[in-house]
Design a protein around this ligand. Structure first.
Ligand SMILES: *Cc1c(COP(=O)(O)O)cnc(C)c1O
Length: 406
């Protein structure tokens, strides 16, 4: 984590001001607005952009889809449940589960999310998106939003943003980009091009607590047209009376939260002390370390890389030749449990195409290639013993490498 942000946390907690009204948080309101402008500028959202800090990507995604939903049904007559019938959200099969959760919270039902197939790199297939939208129209459903993910949780895959935006535009639907994880690319001079097309979004989710080295929580939802916030604004006499709308700036008109921490301060202090470029350079370091880890996995006969490394995650499995799929699943779960029990490493797990895999997510730029090598050595050592039916806990410890354990 960025040390300036950690120091700023103490100030935020001590001041304990809430972001709802101007009189409680004049400076905080201006700083949050300044950062929203900065982030919208990085994304290239244009002169009418606006945004709000949120508790996390889950909340940002829910709010984006709530705004999209309310806009989609605004002109329709009838009771809300009737107006919501047959609305569909299109997102890749690898999109974050919060999209489905949002659909269920918005009264659309989990099955309102159409899972668009992905390519070999786990990016949404743009042609399949077009076909799904066309099929939905034929079936008499109405598209509510297209969600592209910029940095999927497992593979760091960036969906084709330009093509997805074009499809959304062709059907006149809201285009949301979930860049909760991939937003670090916005600050990277070397890799910013991976997000080309994000400027066409109607809304963007950013998680600074994932990719800008901020303590939890630090996130934002950006919108291309600030007028869209009207779709979620509520007025309360004791807070933001309708009669005084616009009299003083406030952030509560744009937020699903009422009392809200001044989380923008951490990021502001980080940017004032380190600068955007330094953050981007640190993100680049993560990508390099992950890429080297991917190469190492590729070079090991007994390890299998699930997909090319795209951001800072490495998904792989221990796969001795000749072992059946189910036994390989069990072996990888056993390797993970055994590493955890030994205290050597805590490796995450995920399922890819039904098969169990191990996953490294690199978000600390101080993690070195040696640290990662040590973990992969440990995977190999535990895997070899478990494949032979031996208990790694009873075996002599694997030889330590120079980098030690991370
Ligand atoms: C982590 C993640 C989220 C959820 O963000 P939280 O801050 O954990 O709520 C949403 N989308 C993607 C792609 C993510 O990786």
């Amino acid at each position: 984590m960025a040390i300036p942000a950690v120091a700023a946390e103490a100030v935020v907690t001590s001041l304990n001001s809430s972001m709802d009204t101007w009189d409680q948080s004049a400076g905080a309101t201006l700083i949050e607005r300044r950062l929203v402008d900065w982030a919208a500028g990085l994304a290239g959202l244009g002169a009418d952009a606006d945004g709000i800090f949120t508790s996390g990507g889950t909340q940002s995604n829910v709010q984006a889809l709530l705004m999209a939903r309310n806009r989609a049904v605004a002109g329709l007559s009838g009771r809300l449940p009737e107006r919501l019938a047959d609305l569909r959200i299109y997102a890749s099969a690898d999109s974050h589960f919060s999209i489905r959760r949002a659909a269920s919270m918005l009264g659309l039902g989990d099955d309102a999310v159409t899972a668009v197939p992905v390519d070999a790199q786990h990016r949404m297939d743009a042609e399949s998106l077009g076909a799904a939208l066309a099929r939905g129209e034929q079936e008499g459903t109405r598209a509510l939003a297209v969600v592209a993910t910029a940095g999927t949780t497992d593979f760091g895959a960036v969906d084709p943003l330009r093509e997805s935006a074009a499809q959304a535009r062709a059907y006149g639907v809201w285009f949301h980009v979930d860049a909760a994880y991939g937003c670090g690319l916005l600050a990277s001079e070397r890799h910013r091009g991976m997000l080309t097309g994000i400027e066409a979004a109607d809304s963007v989710t950013l998680d600074f607590h994932k990719s800008f080295f901020q303590p939890i929580g630090s996130s934002a939802l950006l919108v291309r047209d600030r007028a869209d916030f009207a779709h979620i604004t509520h007025y309360a006499e004791y807070l933001n009376p309708a009669a005084e709308a616009g009299a003083a700036p406030n952030q509560v008109d744009k937020s699903l939260q009422t009392t809200r921490r001044f989380d923008a301060f951490k990021l502001w202090v980080t940017l004032r002390s380190l600068g955007t470029q330094a953050i981007g350079t640190l993100f680049d370091v993560l990508l390099e370390t992950a890429s080297a880890a991917g190469e190492r996995v590729r070079s090991e006969e007994l390890l299998e890389l699930a997909a090319p490394v795209q951001l800072s995650t490495v998904v792989f499995r221990y796969a001795p030749p000749g072992l059946g799929e189910e036994a390989t699943d069990r072996l990888n779960d056993a390797v993970r449990a055994s590493l955890y029990a030994s205290g050597e490493a805590m490796v995450a797990a995920t399922t890819v195409d039904g098969r169990r895999h191990l996953k490294l997510t690199l978000l600390n730029p101080r993690t070195t290639a040696d640290d990662v090598d040590a973990i992969l050595d440990a995977v190999l050592a535990h895997g070899a013993l478990l494949a032979r039916g031996a208990d790694p806990a009873a075996a002599p410890a694997a030889p330590a490498t120079d980098g030690g354990r991370a």
